[in-house]
Write a protein that binds this ligand. Structure first.
Ligand code: SF4
Ligand code: SF4
Ligand code: FES
Length: 226
């Protein structure tokens, strides 16, 4: 049975596309070759941020093009990049403090607590909430609350205070990972073993093997039972 076609508008131009396609597949079906605005195609990379409106409804909506099925009369625009402030820093020379956050991103303190960023987030992250934690200088809390961020840029695109929420959150996750997260004893021990050369001989042996030998070794490996 022929699939039902619906009308959508891509960058203002009307197309008839199958109703079961995602926005991304519908764009390709309509003839667009995506060289920006597409990456993982699985909802993880944040490259396919999309803003749309349905005809007759004033509301602007957001979506990931790879995860959202088309609807009739959608007016679509892709936002594959948003020019938000992105500080350059050397994480080795930073301190995990509120003062450091405000020095790198002083605009954090301009947040109006309007909630627009939270409404814009396709990951359903409470962006306003993690920005409130950033204003308090609570780096661990920002890191935790922003963990599912995919850096799509939609929050920054809608922010009246011109914040770069996702870059603030990225800085907090980096500071947390580098300075605040509890260290793993197992990892520390394994790194010491590697640095002491415990695996050098075994690695050299693996590197000298051909493909067949490597395959056989892989298939015969010990597997820990779940
Ligand atoms: S949209 Fe901007 S100003 Fe509004 S709550 Fe989010 S970060 Fe603050
Ligand atoms: S926090 Fe911002 S950049 Fe991260 S996923 Fe949500 S809208 Fe996208
Ligand atoms: S292409 Fe990666 S999230 Fe859509």
């Amino acid at each position: 049975m022929a699939e039902k076609l619906i009308s959508i508008y891509i960058m203002g131009k009307k197309y008839e596309v199958p109703s079961s396609l995602t926005i991304m597949k519908a764009m390709e079906w309509a003839g667009y070759k995506l060289i920006r605005g597409a990456g993982c195609r699985s909802g993880f990379c944040g490259a396919c941020a999309t803003v749309y409106r349905i005809k007759g409804d004033y509301r602007l909506r957001i979506a990931l093009a790879c995860q959202t099925v088309v609807e009739p009369e959608m007016y679509l625009a892709q936002i594959p990049f948003f020019p938000a402030e992105k500080a350059i820093y050397d994480i080795e020379g930073l301190e995990p403090t509120a003062e450091q956050l405000f020095q790198i991103y002083p605009e954090i303190l301009r947040c109006l607590s309007c909630g627009t960023c939270t409404k814009a987030c396709p990951q359903e992250i409470d962006v306003m909430d993690y920005m409130a934690e950033a204003m308090k200088g609570d780096i661990a809390s920002v890191a935790s609350k922003s963990f599912d961020c995919i850096m799509c840029g939609l929050c920054a695109a809608r922010c009246p205070a011109e914040e770069a929420q996702y870059n603030v959150a990225l800085l907090c996750r980096r500071l947390y990972g580098k300075y605040l997260a509890p260290k793993s004893q197992h990892l520390r021990e394994r790194i010491e073993e590697i640095e002491a050369g415990k695996f050098d001989e075994e690695l050299a042996q693996l590197k000298s093997m051909g493909e067949e030998q490597l395959r056989q070794r892989y298939e015969e490996r010990d597997i820990e039972l779940a």
